[in-house]
Design a protein around this ligand. Structure first.
Ligand code: PLP
Length: 372
């Protein structure tokens, strides 16, 4: 049997060893419900508090402004349930596009970068009619890896009195996030994108802005998200955050050289390949490409048969490949059903742990791609 090669880290990062160990330790502590007054309840509270500290250190924010949720998707839904007017970019994840139900859409250019002039002109008109506007732009795109000019988005939005949310699910662990240095009001995160278990996310909020909860009940998470806390998930998220504290963009050179090596191989063996967002400012681990005559689902199946686990950036929950709204938004509608995403470990620390991807394997992958 061929060795299975996983290149779908933007979908999820395998559970880190340190995280797994911390989860087992946590399970051995005993029955943990952080709302209980007794010894075990206090233990549970302590575990949550440590995780909050670890996550706040990773993104440099106040630990009291973190609300744990079941996912980034839930965190986004919670936030958006507080706003009627939400302005989004055309390349947002469906967690944003579907839950905002927004028809205030900011286009991107051919590299997948949000059009800042359009944003400014659009907001100038919108603020005349609406008092409370939330602008939601992702930090890193999950399909292309493009890093959005989020500082500029914040500057424009703030100048016009709007609030700003950033979906940072794909930015965490790939680039440095320092909330002390950027005036964001809200940030959402997903644990499993940095090696925590699935089923844990967070909303980081500005406590000067009143938010209403979406899930009501026992008042957990300062009344913002009821339901007995997912202590294992929270613990895992906290441990993964601790691991990632030193992982910034300065720690991605090996990942980048592997990704670039693979791209060059593909270009040589398969010159018809089109790369999306290659000329933009991208994270080191992602490359999205297409062959004009090969549908993405066929490519995925053939690569899977060759033991490569990759993804179409646009797969939906049923596993069916749909047209990529991101590729369409970049002006390549004719290729929107053909794109295939290769996502490497988010940074060199994870690459080292996994130690799975060699240049020889990338040679074989590029060869398989050219034979599609
Ligand atoms: N936002 C982006 C950019 C994502 O890539 C994802 C997951 O793929 C999400 C949001 C949703 O994250 P979660 O799986 O925690 O709901």
């Amino acid at each position: 049997m061929k060795k299975q090669i996983y290149l779908d880290y933007n979908a999820t990062v395998p559970l880190l060893k340190e995280v797994k160990k911390s989860l087992i330790d946590c399970m051995d502590v005993g029955p943990l419900n952080a709302s209980s007054i007794h010894y075990y309840g206090r233990k549970g509270k302590d575990i949550i508090d440590i995780a909050r500290t670890n996550i706040s250190e990773l993104i440099n924010t106040n630990k009291n402004n973190i609300i744990f949720t079941s996912s980034a998707t839930e965190a986004i839904n919670l936030l958006f349930s507080n706003f009627d007017t939400i302005v989004v970019s055309s390349v947002e994840h469906f967690a944003v596009l579907s839950s905002s139900k927004s028809d205030h859409i900011i286009p991107v250019n051919q590299h997948g970068v949000v059009d800042l002039n359009f944003l400014e002109t659009y907001l100038k008109k919108l603020v005349k009619k609406n008092k409370k506007i939330l602008v939601s732009v992702m930090w890193v795109n999950n399909e292309t890896g493009i890093i959005q000019p989020i500082e500029d988005v914040v500057e424009i939005a703030k100048k016009l009195g709007c609030l700003v949310h950033c979906d940072a699910a794909q930015a965490l662990g790939k680039i440095k996030i320092n909330l002390e240095e950027i005036e964001l009001d809200f940030l959402t995160l997903s644990g499993h994108k940095i090696g925590a278990p699935t089923g844990i996310g967070a909303l980081i909020y500005n406590d000067k802005i009143d938010l209403m909860p979406q899930i009501l009940g026992g008042g957990q998470e300062k009344g913002m998200r009821a339901g007995t806390e997912n202590i294992l998930g929270i613990r895992g998220f906290g441990e993964a955050a601790k691991f990632f504290v030193n992982a910034t963009e300065n720690n991605c050179s090996k990942v980048k050289s592997l990704r670039d090596y693979f791209q060059e191989k593909v270009k040589t063996l398969s010159p018809k390949t089109i790369f999306f967002g290659e000329k933009g400012n991208r994270v080191a681990n992602t490359t999205l490409m297409a062959l004009p005559e090969i549908p993405g689902d066929l490519a995925l199946m053939k690569l899977d048969l060759e033991s490569f686990s990759v993804s179409s950036g646009s797969a939906c929950s049923s596993g069916k490949v749909s047209k990529s709204h991101v590729v369409s938004a970049m002006g390549y509608d004719n290729l929107a059903s053909n794109s295939v995403r290769f996502s490497f470990p988010p940074n060199d620390s994870i690459l080292k742990l996994e130690n799975l991807i060699t240049r020889k394997e990338l040679d074989r992958l590029a060869q398989c791609w050219s034979n599609l």
